[in-house]
Write a protein that binds this ligand. Sequence first.
Ligand code: PEP
Length: 255
Amino acid sequence: MPNRPFIVGNWKMNGSRAMLPEARAIDRAAARYPDVSVGIAPPFTLVAVLAEALTNSQAGGQDCHAEAKGAHTGDVSAPMLADASASFVIVGHSERRADHGETDAMVKAKAEAALAAGLGVIVCVGETLEQRDAGKAEAVVSAQVDASLPSAEAISVAAQGRVSIAYEPVWAIGTGRVPSAADVEAMHAAIRARLVGALGDAGQEPRILYGGSVNAGNAAELLAVKGVGGALVGGASLTAEGFVPIIAAASRAED
Ligand code: PEP
């Protein structure tokens, strides 16, 4: 079911083994919504633990290095994530771009490394408030897509159905603010146009997720916006109570 909505929890730098019961509760709930693909990206320390614990959902990483191995103290490579039984990895999150100076070129290299390792990849893009207020949101995000997307060769050879884009306005992350449905629809259409420009017909395939302050109260509305293929969820993914209603909102199944 490649076109299932993809609902992904980004635990950021939160979580210890004490959160395993939450992950298990999310996983049990995911079984009730087989028309939704569910993922949790915990800190590296928990990837293998979660991958072992989850049966109806996938574990993923929040970042990977572009190289497979070598002298990069503190980094984790895509093959290492695959070895830990991760199914996907998030790359280019705005917190990584801001905290670690990650450029589009670095994000692209990481995304290609992820695909080469057999992982799914979620490439994050999004404008700052300053850029939006200056009327540059679409130009900024389009440029990020163009420069962060794995090459057409990497996608066609390795990765049918394994690439997603997450549109995450930086000003909406962790703030409780969300763009209007019209702005989300317009940006998702702009991103789709860039994907088709880069990949031809294959550019219709990648899911485009929305991320930024998604919660139980606004998920149904955001997920119903034309072109939204799922959600990347931070704060609300840390508990089953917060995350499961978002999965339910993505499903057509009756509860
Ligand atoms: C995120 O970190 O990707 C995110 C969308 O966070 P939040 O849902 O907390 O805004």
